[in-house]
Design a protein around this ligand. Structure first.
Ligand SMILES: NC(=O)c1ccc[n+]([C@@H]2O[C@H](COP(=O)([O-])OP(=O)(O)OC[C@H]3O[C@@H](n4cnc5c(N)ncnc54)[C@H](OP(=O)(O)O)[C@@H]3O)[C@@H](O)[C@H]2O)c1
Length: 289
């Protein structure tokens, strides 16, 4: 049994993950923001599931854009569980659209959730994990963090940043017995589209109107008619939580056939490059591969 905190558990991958982990006998803390407002229904459903199915699942208030919220959530989890084995940084959203149409303030909001959110939650969790000498930070990344397609520039930049942070944690925390890993997930049907935040500057949007429209039509065309099952991602998160300590892969790709193979090849090449550069810089003993 592992004690696990998952952020952004109201819908999508996060919701599937907390339900799957709880059903497999883990003690699960489902982090939701605004549990007395926008997420009241989701919180009630998760609490009912715990009672009805007799599983160990608790809802905790956690807005990843607020350090004091993260600190309170982690303090509560540690007091209740006594220890913490895994933190799943899943909370995220997408600001899609032409890069030129976004203001710097909108870009800050994209990074505030997808990048700084994980920094805040991990900062709150790490003193406990270091004390224990064990635990894993699991970040939910994206193929967009590896390959940038048009009109997802802000999102791609945020996921690339999240991947860089994951690698830095991986190297820096290894001496403390703490792991840091990331999932490179392909596109799966969740609420991410419904929750997308479009640029407010409609005039700049309009300049790209025709090509953006064609792109969206193609992206949501017939090839997407049979959407893949998002459980592929929650299953991968569960597998990482349950993997023996010290044996988790730094990157796990969850994607259909050709995307899976291409991303795995890219990750293998990146690993070779990292080994070469770190050896050349004389710092390879500080890096864990
Ligand atoms: N679906 C995909 O195709 C895909 C692919 C690769 C990676 N991802 C990543 O997977 C993760 C989960 O996304 P999803 O696809 O499952 O989308 P989703 O159904 O929209 O779920 C996103 C979750 O993040 C939460 N969230 C947003 N802002 C938050 C905040 N400030 N504090 C706490 N929670 C917050 C949402 O809560 P509210 O209900 O309160 O908004 C929701 O629970 C994200 O990091 C996303 O970037 C998704």
């Amino acid at each position: 049994m592992r004690n696990v905190l998952v952020t952004g558990a109201s819908t999508g991958f996060g919701r599937l993950t907390v339900e799957a982990l709880a059903r497999r006998g883990h003690q699960v803390f489902a982090g939701l923001r605004d549990i007395r407002g926008r997420n009241e229904k989701a919180a009630a459903e998760l609490t009912a599931l715990a009672t009805d199915d007799g599983v160990n699942l608790r809802v905790v208030e956690l807005d990843v854009t607020d350090q004091s919220s993260a600190d309170r959530a982690l303090d509560g989890v540690i007091v209740t569980a006594g220890r913490l084995d895994a933190v799943v940084n899943n909370a995220g959203l997408i600001f899609p659209g032409p890069l030129e149409a976004f203001t710097a303030e909108e870009a800050q909001r994209q990074f505030d959730v997808n990048v700084l959110g994980a920094l805040r939650v991990n900062r709150a969790a790490l003193p406990q994990l270091r004390r224990q000498g064990s635990g894993v930070l699991i970040q939910v990344g994206s193929l967009a963090g590896r390959v940038t397609i048009p009109y997802s520039g802000l999102y791609a930049a945020s996921k690339a940043a999240l991947a860089s942070l994951t690698e830095a944690w991986h190297h820096e925390l290894a001496p403390f017995g703490v792991e840091s890993v990331i999932i490179d997930a392909a596109s799966y049907p969740t609420n991410i589209g419904a929750n997308a935040v479009m640029p407010a500057d409609q005039a700049r949007m309009g300049v790209y109107g025709e090509t953006f429209g064609r792109f969206v039509t193609q992206l949501t065309g017939p090839q997407m008619e049979a959407p893949a099952d998002p459980r592929a991602v929650s299953d991968a998160i569960v597998a990482l939580v349950e993997a023996p300590d010290g044996e988790r892969p730094q990157r796990t790709v969850v994607a259909p056939g050709p995307q899976l193979e291409a991303t795995q090849a890219l990750n293998a090449a990146a690993l070779t490059t990292a080994r070469t550069i770190s050896a050349d810089m004389g710092v390879s003993t500080f890096l864990t591969f």
